[in-house]
Design a binder for this molecule. Structure first.
Ligand code: PLP
Length: 382
């Protein structure tokens, strides 16, 4: 039995998205051309823009298409800096797309801590906002992901957004992991910016969007032809954008999508907990994405688990996907203060729109089998 259980890294393309892409590829056209083919391509892009806006409850004109979540996060950081932000407060569990963009920005970077439960510390935010003023020339961009890619823990973005806006700061929400797993409402988040990515919701790789509120400064990062109302140059990737919108529309009409994933996730977790009581499941006490399990089996290194599962036909990952293909210790578990032996023994299992119960059960069987074999060595290692 083979199963792809790494939907937080990328989710397989939805057939509806592939079909929309095929149609747009065949139709061709540059959305900036004035002739009929160009106008048709423009109509496809604008229909997709409206679909993305509808999905996250934003204004259509506030959606800027990008080449993915990483570019969207970078555009937000760049724009805040260009508008005079002095500091960037980055949650300790942010994805590299935000953390590295912040480090490269040369703004003062402050780490916004998280609690042991995996949620960001709102008391820290409260005292930070009381001690540092958010006036002209002293503005901070606060960056908090809507849900963590490793643990799935959902962050208190509405509360944080209210506090940040009242103080006059700027707020970036990396919402890349939300679509298809949990509701994300841009208007309710109180965010200036939100980053989205197509491939996490069954759309293509290399497409995404930055949603920017009407009062959010946007300064282009990529210079050129002035597309996207001069906020992001480069000919829009119409087929990928059409696939992105089709994936969102399909997810929105997949009525029991969240419940289906939750049932499969809970089924796996219940089996593993019952037969492997010495594992830890991270973020389980907080509100979590319904599809994500972040477990650690001390003494059984992440990379050994990933390879063992791969040999059994199951695609899972250690903590987070890493561009080098290497497995590294979990940043989220480190930030949560997981303690010795956990961050390097973490495994992330993320089910998705096409996961079946048979696959979930087969994964649990295979993992428990391998765990039994690894247990004596693992015990000796801790
Ligand atoms: N932000 C989060 C939370 C992610 O999980 C990812 C992808 O892993 C990204 C940003 C980057 O998105 P993309 O792969 O579209 O560049």
């Amino acid at each position: 039995m083979n199963a792809y259980l790494d939907h937080n890294a990328t989710s397989p393309i939805r057939p509806e998205a592939a079909e929309a892409m095929r149609a747009a590829l065949e139709a061709g056209g540059n959305p900036s051309s004035v002739h009929a083919a160009g106008r048709a391509a423009r109509a496809t892009v604008e229909r997709a823009r409206a679909a993305v806006a509808r999905f996250v409850n934003a204004r259509t004109e506030d959606v800027i298409f990008t080449a993915g979540g990483t570019e969207a996060d970078n555009l937000a950081v760049h724009s805040a800096k260009a508008a005079g932000a002095r500091r960037i407060a980055v949650s300790a569990i942010e994805h590299e797309a935000v953390a590295e963009a912040a480090a490269a920005s040369r703004l003062e970077v402050i780490v916004w801590p998280v609690t042991a439960a995996g949620t960001v510390d709102l008391n820290w935010l409260d005292s930070h906002l009381k001690t540092k003023s958010e006036g002209a020339g002293t503005k901070t961009l606060f960056a908090l992901m809507a849900a963590n890619n490793e643990t799935g823990v959902i962050q208190p973005i509405a509360d944080a957004g209210r506090m940040i806006c009242e103080a006059g700061g700027l707020f970036l929400v990396d919402a890349v992991q939300m679509p298809g797993k949990a509701a994300f409402n841009f208007a309710d988040a109180g965010a200036h910016y939100a980053a989205l990515s197509a491939h996490k919701v069954g759309g293509p790789l290399g497409a995404g969007a930055l949603v920017a509120s009407p009062d959010a400064p946007v300064t282009r990062l990529i210079h050129g032809g002035g597309q996207e109302k001069n906020r992001r140059s480069g000919t829009e990737n119409g087929p990928a954008i059409a696939g992105f919108a089709a994936a969102l529309d399909t997810a929105a009409s997949d009525e029991d999508l969240f419940a289906r994933q939750r049932a499969l996730r809970d089924r796996i977790e219940t089996r593993l907990r019952a037969s492997a009581p010495d594992i830890a499941i991270w973020g389980a006490d907080a509100e979590r994405l319904p599809n994500t399990i972040c477990l650690s089996a001390p003494g059984w290194p992440s990379e050994v688990q990933v390879i063992a599962m791969d040999l059994n036909g199951f695609a899972v990952s250690a903590g987070a996907a890493c561009s080098s293909g290497k497995v590294r210790r979990s940043r989220a578990l480190d930030a949560m203060g997981a303690g010795a032996g956990h961050a390097e023994a973490a495994l992330r299992v993320s089910v998705g729109w096409n996961t079946t119960q048979t696959q979930a059960d087969a994964f649990a069987d295979a993992w428990l089998n391998e765990y039994e074999r690894a247990r004596p060595k693992a015990r000796a290692a801790v």
